[in-house]
Design a protein around this ligand. Sequence first.
Ligand code: SF4
Ligand code: SF4
Length: 372
Amino acid sequence: MEQEIREYALDVGFDDVGYTTAEPFPQLTEALDERRSGYSWVSEGLLQIGSVADPRFVLPSARSIVILIYDYYKQAYPAQLEGSVGKAYQSRLYPGKKRLFGSRLRLIREFLQEKGMEVGFRPAMPERQAAVRAGVGQFGCNTFVYSPGRGSYIAIASLAVSGELEPQSSSPPSACKDSCNKCIEACPTGALYAPFKMDPLRCIAFNTYAPGNFPGTPDDIPYNIREKMGSWIYGCDICQDACPHNSKRLKQKLVPDAFLEEMAPKLAPQKLLTMSDLYYHSIVQPILYGYMWEKKFLQRNAAIALGNEGDPDAVDLLISALEDPQDMVRSYSAWALGRIGGRKSNFALEKALAGEEEEKVKEEIRSALENS
Ligand code: SF4
Ligand code: SF4
């Protein structure tokens, strides 16, 4: 059965398959308990810490976990998206009938069901821990999982199944040499504060999609993080790009991804900041990961990117965004104008302050004026 599943999974496009038992992952509970301050939003939010570590919360009859690895870095990533959108975007990663990854997963689920198994799946499965326990991955100090010979640009999915499958032996848990510290040194926000320890609240990737969007998360992106976000509008690859285990892959000559080459200019921050609902719903939203639920979050990130890039040509666009119906967009556009500075920005900020009714936006405008 294990061989049959493997062959089918490789046939539908996955790159590696592993099996482990459905026993809980106590190390994950311990790690989350130890770092509760960074994850305080989790218990109130989408996930529950206890359930993440126990596959039987997903499927009470679970006896095994099937782990599927998909290597998404098979085509060149558009230069225009480097430093702006995380490469995981290349995997069209999340479940959903119209998404590649979702379609592959659906095929595997149906295959397992045809073999008489119950199958449980949801994003809260402990995918990384399961991959390591099944011997198909190792943790890097940056907390990403590395697939031997492939690196960390992988998507992992795990399915809890009722069938008894022969578990594989665990990998050595770490992919890192003691002397390497490159990912920690490269992280601009200090989110990677020790080997294998990451504070999501300081992580750029997390801040591009969670604040104000996930229940329990802070409403705003802290000022000190905004400045360090650079041009990132969706995700962050810095600690993976810095890793020697990925460097060979990054130097490979790959064919361009035609779809993303076409998408890249459509994701420019100038386009996103003032996009219409139609643009968001027809072009951008259909290929988001599935958890950026309102366009204002991408507009916010676009404003931050434009502010950090400091391009005076973006000033007019940011000034027009001071009239956006969303408080969030007006607030972050004000922040960006303060960061770019100059007489034109200041004049627009003063005018906006006089006409602004929301106290929170007024505070942002005042702060922008002080800092410009
Ligand atoms: S994704 Fe970016 S911000 Fe987050 S830990 Fe890695 S380098 Fe730091
Ligand atoms: S950069 Fe070095 S320490 Fe960090 S994950 Fe890669 S090998 Fe490990």
